[in-house]
Design a protein around this ligand. Structure first.
Ligand code: HXC
Length: 511
């Protein structure tokens, strides 16, 4: 048997685009594809397939430039002992650009991952469609997009962006569940040259679509990684919360934190003036196991907080209003952010914990003209449609439509708790009295005193949790310090929940 040929070919494959190209990659502080795979997967666990694939393009001198593997590394391996499929662009080969056979390699492992029910991790570092291959490379992309959609909600799909990601190439990562970007990476549909031509704006690639932009402004990315090692660490942490597919439960770890641990600080955390902010992150970390909260999209739409944590070893998704930003009001971006997160958790059997302190929806032409109605409806729809266990704690305010939206009992909350000072009302006492007692106040001898008396009276009557509790809309009013214990107990009692929606092709969520 001729092992020498196999050996030679393997060596050739592992050289990718050659030593010079690998050095160029390192000069840009980027790893090569093979180095990335070696760091991401458990030692010696990665099995590569299709090492010998090449393109069959004959044009533009490409017939003489065939590189084994064609610029993408595909295969499977384990991360912390769990199986994952992965593809990794090799920028040293034609700038990681995607041709037809390159695309087919990716499609092959996407099909295998879907059949087996295993998450897929895409490592992106590419100049986009391989220009020499023309429409074949466009078709290759579209085949990938189509598979991304088929796999959506069946297996988790995660994209790491570690270099350029331009043109239509952005749409595969955009369909996947999470995008982690390194600081030097960028994503855009049209690059700086086209932008200059069309709009006369001067921007660099990073200014247009760098990791900071997509983490802070556009909401396209979910995590910002300092460098490539950080990117892999974020990925490892993320997948630790997720099941491998929609038919599995999320991994349960042996809890190291007492399920009955009290959070004494929480009894004192709310300021006496209910218009003053406080730190919701502290509440979350006090409640969850070991104070370990893994925040998602932490730099975008900061008026809502989303992320993963564990309660007594079980993965949960947390959605919490953030009183420190815009008083925790709901706006277009916060609705979008929470909606996608709720739907992800619902796809993958991750229970939802909602912590409410919301004064309502953000008023103004900006929001109304931007379609806050549509975006708020989407948020409401997502909670309402989700069938995982859903627990809510009203921490402070739950006003108006936002009360309904934030996983109220009426839209399917399984357990709805409130802290004793919760204000559940159609609107704040000030605004309510100005509307319903306008005449009484203006006709009074002392309008200011009358107004204050009416507000106090209204607050006593309506801005408390007892009326909602008397109607069963709130299952229990709990002391803040007991929140962790109550949530863990409630979650245990509903963890195996199964709820069927009416049979249909799919609903029509207002997007
Ligand atoms: C073929 C490509 C390529 C591409 C880069 N290369 N992009 N080859 N098709 N799309 C090659 C370069 O010719 C070069 O080859 C090598 O990769 C490295 O590229 P450099 O330019 O030297 O690297 P760098 O300076 O780091 O710049 C990287 C880059 C730039 C920013 C990505 O290469 C670039 O702008 N490329 C074109 C990007 C683009 O417009 N792509 C098409 C997008 S449209 P040599 O032999 O010199 O080493 C698209 C449509 C998809 O993708 C639609 C899907 C539906």
């Amino acid at each position: 048997m001729d092992f020498a040929e196999l050996d030679d070919k393997r060596k050739e494959h592992f050289l990718g685009g050659g030593i010079e190209k690998q050095q160029e990659q390192r000069k840009k502080e980027k790893m090569t594809g093979f180095e990335r795979i070696a760091i991401l997967f458990d030692p010696e666990s990665f099995e590569e397939i299709d090492q010998f694939v090449t393109h069959d393009c004959q044009d533009f001198g490409m017939a003489d430039k065939k590189i084994l593997g064609d610029g993408v590394i595909t295969g499977y391996g384990t991360i912390d002992g769990r199986l994952f499929y992965s593809f990794c662009h090799d920028f040293t080969v034609f700038g990681g650009s995607l041709g037809l056979h390159f695309a087919y390699k990716i499609c092959k492992i996407m099909d295998l991952a879907l059949k087996q029910g295993v998450p897929i991790i895409g490592i992106n570092d590419s100049g986009g469609a391989r220009i020499q291959e023309g429409v074949e490379s466009l078709g290759g992309y579209a085949e990938i997009f189509h598979r991304n959609v088929k796999a959506s909600g069946v297996i988790p799909q995660i994209s790491l962006i570690m270099g350029p990601c331009a043109g239509g190439a952005v749409y595969s990562p955009a369909i996947t569940d999470f995008i982690i970007m390194t600081k030097s990476a960028y994503m855009f549909v049209t690059g700086p040259e086209v932008v200059k031509e069309v709009t006369n704006e001067n921007v660099s690639s990073i200014e247009l679509g760098g990791a900071i932009i997509h983490n802070q402004k556009s909401g396209v990315a979910h995590f910002l990684a300092e460098d490539e090692i950080d990117c892999f660490n974020i990925l490892r942490k993320l997948v630790s919360f997720l099941p491998s597919n929609n038919l599995e439960e999320p991994p349960k770890i042996s809890p190291t934190d007492d399920p009955k641990r009290k959070g004494e600080d929480l009894n004192l955390i709310l300021p006496s003036d209910s218009r003053k902010p406080y730190n919701m992150d502290r509440i979350i970390r006090t409640i969850v196991d070991d104070g370990d909260f893994f925040e998602v999209q932490k730099f975008w739409a900061k008026n809502i907080i989303i992320g993963f944590a564990r309660l007594d070893g079980n993965s949960v998704g947390i959605i919490a209003n953030n009183p420190e930003v815009l008083a925790g009001v709901l706006d277009i971006n916060s609705c979008d952010k929470a909606t996608r997160f709720i739907r992800f958790c619902d796809c993958f059997n991750i229970p939802l914990i909602t912590l409410v302190d919301v004064p309502g929806f953000l008023p103004g032409t900006d929001q109304e003209w931007g379609g806050i109605i549509r975006h708020g409806a989407k948020f409401l729809y997502a909670f309402s449609e989700s069938s995982v266990p859903k627990l809510t704690v009203i921490i402070r305010k739950a006003y108006g439509g936002a009360y309904c939206v934030m996983n109220s009992k009426h839209i399917g909350g399984d357990y709805n708790f409130a802290w004793p000072n919760a204000e559940i009302a159609v609107m704040g006492a000030d605004s309510a009295c100005n509307i319903i007692f306008r005449k009484e106040i203006s006709n009074s001898q002392n309008p200011e005193k009358k107004r204050t008396d009416l507000i106090i009276d209204y607050e006593k009557k309506f801005s408390n949790p007892y009326i909602a509790a008397s109607k069963g809309y709130i299952d229990n009013i709990i002391e803040p310090k007991d929140t962790r214990e109550k949530l863990i107990s409630a979650l245990k009692s509903i963890y195996k929940k199964r709820e069927e929606l009416p049979k249909r092709k799919h609903g029509n969520i207002p997007v």
